[in-house]
Write a protein that binds this ligand. Structure first.
Ligand code: COA
Length: 504
């Protein structure tokens, strides 16, 4: 028995198999599981649940921090275990079920889920399942590579199942900072005034009697699946670095900038990677997920500290960080996502927030979630928490998708996640549109001229010109605004082969 992993001796007789733990669930329960962008997910109980569902009816509302690894969402979706999923996912099988209307998906700002739980606005958590490095002498739960929503799930749940993962180094203890806001209406300000600060406990404080099962696992996190930087993402990084340097020269930023947040995915990772080749020093991150680019910047010395809610890395970076966790721990902290993404803290720290758009329109509205306006991709994640409250809200995207059949700059976005009021900067491989202080017609010119692909520029200029002649503060031709999306759906390309373009 791993004694140093379960230091409250009386809990040791609660060790059981995943199958026995799965018997604790009832059909219709709400379950809060650990896991945030593939990091720190539970790796045994979900599979035992799927096996149980093959024998008898078992459906749950599944809440997590964010997406899960190890194909957990896939396996649970295939076994029809998930009836409702909150607040984020990134799995193709689950995505298909969501888009077929078979799974109800609540796509939520990541800072909000536990706030709604705490105030009783959504169904309470019956069972929390939390991956842990260890259980302390007083029954506290030490998380692994993510905190996500685990702390509040465990504190608020009626019962807790802990998965102790023996592959996670004990040195992870001390990496986490668990602070849970006080209840309203007498809530105190969150006392966090810099990314390095620790304001909570290094473990999740729970009543040990709520821990009804302990399951031992030895499976690693799934490595991240981001692609390496390419020509376009390097160009996006170059434009953004140039812009930030311009801000330094204008005296609005210092060379250590403001704390950085970078979203999930290939493009955001590549943009941060691009900072390796920049004049910036002594950078700090206050983000929700740390990707490989964070480790590269830490190793390079350019990044002095990173605060987040999870660490999601490629296999080699994962092994490097976990293998030398004592060294990295000096410059890392993992917090509940409610704190990493808290509007109060984001606004106070003045973050530069870099998130990825699927498409942007000529006025700066951004769609991050819905392909073609209807089909869910992953979810809004933390992008709304950050963009709305940022010092600088930057959205990055390649200017075209699907070999040019899609323009990511469109007349009107087919779904709005971030409004024009939230967007300061848009960057594609062609250039950067600085929208600060600009009126809608000025924004449109910036976005079309700096960000659109040459293939689509004339058609966008033509749309904007004709819309402007018709008038309005934010000119549009409503009968045409979605014509590009309709053409893509019907013919597989946004532009008609010989689209007639009236010269501007
Ligand atoms: N219309 C349709 N599909 C589009 C598109 C558009 N306008 N723009 C991009 N795509 C497709 C790409 O072709 C690609 O498809 P594929 O997987 O079949 O190749 C897919 O979307 C992903 O695009 P990619 O260019 O690889 O970007 P990414 O890996 O950086 O992911 C998002 C982009 C928007 C999907 C991702 O960042 C996301 O889910 N964001 C929302 C959550 C978020 O921002 N969280 C931030 C806080 S962590």
């Amino acid at each position: 028995m791993p004694m140093d992993r379960i230091r409250l001796a009386r809990l040791r007789d609660r060790i059981m198999s995943p199958e026995a733990a799965a018997e604790l669930f009832r059909d219709g329960m709400t379950v809060g599981m650990s896991g945030f962008t593939r990091a720190g997910d539970c790796k045994a109980v979900p599979f035992a649940l799927a096996e149980r569902a093959a024998r008898e009816p078992l459906q749950i509302t599944l809440m997590t921090g964010a997406s899960l690894g190890n194909d957990i969402d896939k396996v649970l979706a295939e076994a029809n275990v998930i009836s409702r999923r909150i607040p984020f996912q990134a799995d193709p099988t689950l995505r298909r079920k969501i888009n077929a209307g078979e799974v109800k998906f609540i796509d939520q700002h990541l800072s909000e889920t536990v706030e709604q739980l705490r105030s009783g606005q959504i169904a309470p958590v019956d069972i929390a399942v939390v991956e842990a490095t260890a259980i302390t002498e007083n029954g506290g739960i030490v998380p692994t590579t993510s905190v996500g929503n685990s702390a509040s799930f465990a504190v608020l749940a009626k019962k807790i199942i802990v998965e102790i993962n023996l592959t996670m180094p004990l040195g992870l203890e001390g990496l986490h900072d668990i602070y849970i806001p006080t209840y309203r209406p007498h809530r105190l300000p969150i006392p966090l005034i810099s990314p390095e600060q620790r304001i909570g406990l290094p473990y999740i404080p729970v009543d040990p009697e709520k821990i009804v099962a302990i399951v031992i696992t030895e499976k690693a996190d799934s490595p991240s699946n981001v692609l390496p930087p390419d020509r376009e993402t390097n160009a996006i990084a170059g434009h953004l670095n140039e812009f930030l340097f311009h801000e330094v020269k204008a005296g609005r930023l210092s060379t250590s900038l403001q704390p950085l947040q970078a979203g999930i995915g290939t493009i955001a990772n590549a943009v941060l990677h691009g900072m390796l080749d920049s004049p910036f020093r002594d950078l700090r991150m206050y983000s929700e997920v740390l990707q490989d680019s964070t480790v590269e910047l830490l190793d390079d010395g350019r990044l002095s500290f990173a605060s987040a809610s999870s660490i999601t890395l490629s296999k080699s970076a994962y092994e490097r960080v976990l293998g030398q966790i004592e060294r990295y721990k000096q410059r890392l902290v993992l917090r509940p996502q409610e704190i990493s993404n808290h509007p109060e803290v984001i606004r106070r720290l003045g973050l530069i927030c870099i998130n990825t758009a699927l498409e942007c329109d000529i006025y700066g509205n951004v769609n991050s979630t819905h392909v073609g306006g209807t089909h869910m991709m992953n979810g809004i994640g933390g992008s709304g928490d950050f963009a709305r409250n940022a010092h600088l809200a930057v959205f990055v995207t390649k200017s075209i998708a699907k070999n040019g059949a899609i323009s990511s700059i469109v007349p009107m976005v087919s779904h709005v996640d971030h409004t024009e009021h939230d967007t300061d900067i848009i960057v594609t491989e062609h250039g950067l549109a600085d929208l600060r202080g600009l009126a809608p017609r000025e924004r449109a010119r910036q976005i079309i001229e700096h960000c659109a692909d040459p293939l689509y520029k004339d058609a966008l200029r033509d749309y904007f010109l004709r819309a402007s002649r018709r008038g309005g503060h934010t000119p549009h031709l409503l009968q045409e605004a979605f014509a590009w999306h309709q053409r893509y759906e019907q013919h597989g390309a946004m532009l008609a082969p010989q689209q007639e373009v009236v010269p501007a």
